[in-house]
Every structure is written in structure tokens, then in C-alpha cells.
Design a protein. Structure first.
Length: 466
């Protein structure tokens, strides 16, 4: 048992370190144009974004300050900016259990699992996405780890619950949906407690409603993002049916390059092992089984799964299809947290006597997805220097005097890559022109850009872009 414990700890820490070490390799996408607009228009552009396109007061404000820092230091600062949000997620998962002196090993496993079994590029390495998605995930994760650390029924626990819900709502519309659903279910199940707590939670719900309203009358009502089936987009019933049909597979699938049914089987196996392993591990620890706390555990799980379903409906309504990989990653992680909450509920209600098998089961849950992603991690680290050098060369070329620049490209990789067909692109106002080169030309104020072929190892070109 001590050996399996050690292996689980080692693999969990190694997983987190392996992915965290790639943070500096994150890549800009539309940041080129957004940061330029923030620099040129300042608070006016921020207000326009908040009111008409992206009502995410916390994440958008942080991106605004990021733009100020980028132009002040004349550096992309990707590692520093993205790393900040990684620290927020790590703190949300780890601190409640470490300060509560219980559930520490489980929090390390949870953190590793949040990185495995699904795409990671847009969610963990794309700065614009990280600013919205990681705080949203951290907010859901801390509701679980507050329970594991024994804080859920304390004043401190409620304070951090309130903060988490505000952060979720203000970071991303999915977080607003989750906050609204979670608070509503707490009220329905009479799990809030005092009226003072109810009043504070009502604030989070009202904030969510307001931000979702802004999203609907702004970005959604424009109807400019329909990229899928027009018979589904902006049709509520059709969107609901499409989401219902896809929901089970989308929630249970794994991250694999093989046949979709192989991926589905892999995903179900990993999630089953994770759930059973957690249940067995939690059975060995004393957890409160008070009726209110048990209801809160169920509410958290239902709210997370319900939010995943609602976001799929929203995607079909707005886009006409499911979009995008970052949404998929958030749904997958919501399910993992939901499974962990249900495992906690069951362990508190009826603990298993077979907890000695917990670590071997959890080891398998970690090992299977890690084996799948390891080749891509190895390729990424092998090309680490080439990726850094290519980015530096592009940045220096963009900041050099003259109307032209050279974009030194690397092959698509695990941490993302704005890879564009090698050619020379001219600055143009033609809406039919590929927008991606235009973003760079606008940011660096150039008239033309030469995009090179990948300079890193050819084998990396076969790496999964996710």
C-alpha cells in the first residue's frame, strides 16, 4: 500500500510539473488584435467589450492590464500572465486540504486529473482563454476541496464559497450559468443556512443573471457566429434536442486520436477508475455526513453536470454546433469534480471496507491518460528551444524598423500554435482575407509578413494541435 501511495504521489506531481513546465510556450491567437485595440482605445474598448460582446468583468479587466504590461515591457509575457492563473487553480485545489490537514493526497490527484484525458491547448496555454476558463474551473474545484479540507460548514468556508461564485460569474458566462444553477439548487434543497448567507448568495445569482442578460442582448443576439447547422442555430427546441443527443458521448469521451468509440471506451474507463478509486480512498477518512452537507455535495454534482448540459445547448443555439475545444475541456473537468463530489457523498454515507485498493485503482486512472499524452509531451520538450527561439525571432522581426516582418513558425503542438500556410501575406481590409495574418500585421504595424515553414523537427508536424 505504501508503494502504491508513493507511485500515485510521484505520478501526480510529475504530471502537474510536466504540463506546468510548458506554460511559457503558450501562444497568442486573437490577442494580437485585442491587445492592440486595448492599447489604442484603452478603457473605451474595455467598456465596449463588456457591454456588447464579452460581459466578463474580471477576466476582461485582467486582459486589459495584460495589454498595458505587454506594451510597457515590449514583451509578450505569456508565461508570466498564464502562470498567474495556474497558481490560482493550484491554490484552489491544494490550499483548503493542506490548511485543513486532511485530503492532501486526494487534492494532488485531483489537480493531475484536471490536466489529463482531454485537450489542454486553449484551456491551459492560450492567454485569452486562460484568463476566463481557469478562474471558472478554480471556482468549482474549491467548492469540492473546501469539503475535503473540512471547511464547508464554517464561516471561512462560506466566505471562500462566496468569493468563488463571484469569480466564476465575473470570469466567464459558463461560470455565471454554474453560479445561478448552484445557488438555485441550494435554495430549493434548503441547504444555504442563515438568511444572511442567503442574501449574499442572492447577490452572486443576480450578478450572474445580469451578465447573462448582457451576453444575450449583445453577442448572442447579433447572430454573427453561426458556423454550423442554420436549422439549429437560434432555434431553442432544435438546440435542446441536438444537445440531448450529444450529451452522453461528449461528457464521457476521452482525449484520443483513435476512433471515436475507442475514445469513448477510454473515457468511460478512466472516469470509472477515478470515481471508484476516490470513493475507496475517501472511505478511509472521516467525513461529515450531516444532512445539509450531503445535500450540498449532491447539489454541487448536479449543478456541474446541469451546467455542462446547458452550455451544450447554448453552443448549439449560438453556433449551430458544438464549439470549442476549451468548452469541451471545461465540461470534462466539471464532470470530474462532479464525480468526486458524488464519491465524497457515498463515502460519507456508506464507506467501503476495501479502501486498501484505492491507490492501485487511482494509479490506473492516472496512468492510462498519461500514457496517451506522453508522446506529445516528449515532442513538446524536445522542441522547446526551437519554439522559444522561433517566437523570439518573430517578435524581434515584428519590432524592427521597416514595413515587412518575418514570422518564424513551428509545427502545431500540444501548447498551441497559430500555424499559417507558409507564404507572404499583405495587409488588407478585404473581409475574405485570412484574418490571422492580419492580426499580426495590425499588432506590429507592418504591411507584409513572410510566414516560414516549420523550423522544428519534422516529426513534430504530426503532433496533435491540441
Amino acid at each position: 500500500m505504501k508503494v502504491s501511495n508513493g507511485l500515485v504521489i510521484l505520478l501526480s506531481i510529475a504530471t502537474v510539473l510536466a504540463f506546468a513546465g510548458l506554460v511559457p510556450l503558450g501562444t497568442w491567437q486573437d490577442e494580437f488584435v485585442y491587445l492592440h485595440n486595448y492599447h489604442q482605445q484603452g478603457l473605451g474598448f474595455l467598456a465596449d467589450r463588456l457591454l456588447h460582446w464579452s460581459p466578463r468583468p474580471l477576466s476582461e479587466t485582467l486582459i486589459y492590464f495584460y495589454a498595458i504590461a505587454v506594451y510597457h515591457f515590449a514583451q509578450p509575457l505569456i508565461g508570466a500572465f498564464t502562470g498567474l492563473f495556474w497558481l490560482i487553480l493550484i491554490a484552489a485545489v491544494m490550499l483548503p486540504t493542506w490548511l485543513g490537514k486532511r485530503g492532501r493526497l486526494l487534492s494532488i490527484i485531483m489537480l493531475a486529473m484536471l490536466l489529463l484525458g482531454h485537450p489542454v491547448t486553449e484551456f491551459f496555454y492560450w492567454p485569452d482563454g486562460v484568463a476566463a476558463y481557469l478562474p471558472t474551473l478554480a471556482a468549482a474545484a474549491i467548492l469540492l476541496t473546501l469539503d475535503w479540507g473540512g471547511w464547508s460548514e464554517t464561516r471561512a468556508g462560506f466566505f471562500w464559497t462566496f468569493v468563488a461564485l463571484i469569480v466564476a460569474a465575473a470570469s466567464f458566462e459558463v461560470g455565471a450559468i454554474f453560479t445561478l444553477v448552484y445557488v438555485t439548487l441550494l435554495a430549493i434543497t434548503r441547504s444555504i443556512g442563515s438568511w444572511q448567507r442567503g442574501a449574499l448568495l442572492a447577490v452572486t445569482a443576480l450578478l450572474s443573471v445580469f451578465l447573462l442578460y448582457l451576453q444575450f442582448i449583445g453577442r448572442v443576439s447579433q447572430g454573427s457566429e453561426v458556423i454550423g447547422d442554420t436549422a439549429i442555430a437560434h432555434h431553442p427546441l432544435a438546440s435542446m434536442i441536438a444537445a440531448t443527443e450529444r450529451f452522453p458521448i461528449e461528457l464521457l469521451k476521452g482525449d484520443t486520436l483513435r476512433h471515436k468509440y475507442t475514445g469513448l471506451a477510454e473515457g468511460i474507463l478512466i472516469k470509472a477508475l477515478f470515481f471508484v478509486g476516490l470513493y475507496l480512498a475517501l472511505s478511509a477518512q472521516p467525513f461529515s455526513s450531516s444532512k445539509r452537507l450531503q445535500r450540498m455535495r449532491l447539489v454541487l454534482a448536479v449543478a456541474l453536470v446541469g451546467t455542462a448540459m446547458l452550455t451544450m445547448m447554448a453552443a448549439f443555439y449560438n453556433f449551430g454546433e458544438l464549439c470549442c475545444e476549451r468548452h469541451d475541456t471545461l465540461r470534462q473537468n466539471y464532470l470530474l469534480i462532479a464525480l468526486a463530489s458524488i464519491a465524497t457523498l457515498l463515502a460519507a454515507h456508506r464507506p467501503s471496507r476495501h479502501y486498501k485498493f484505492a491507490m492501485p485503482v487511482l494509479l490506473l486512472a492516472l496512468l492510462i491518460p498519461m500514457l496517451v499524452v506522453t508522446p506529445r509531451l516528449i515532442a513538446e520538450y524536445r522542441d522547446y528551444a526551437a519554439i522559444v527561439n522561433a517566437r523570439n525571432a518573430t517578435w524581434q522581426s515584428g519590432r524592427a524598423v521597416g514595413p515587412d516582418m518575418k514570422v518564424t513558425q513551428t509545427a502545431p503542438n500540444l501548447t498551441g500554435n497559430l500555424y499559417i500556410k507558409p507564404s507572404i501575406y499583405q495587409r488588407s481590409a478585404d473581409p475574405k482575407t485570412d484574418a490571422r495574418p492580419q492580426w499580426m500585421l495590425i499588432f506590429f504595424d507592418k504591411q507584409s509578413a513572410e510566414f516560414t515553414s516549420p523550423v522544428n523537427a519534422p516529426s513534430s508536424a504530426n503532433s496533435d494541435k491540441r
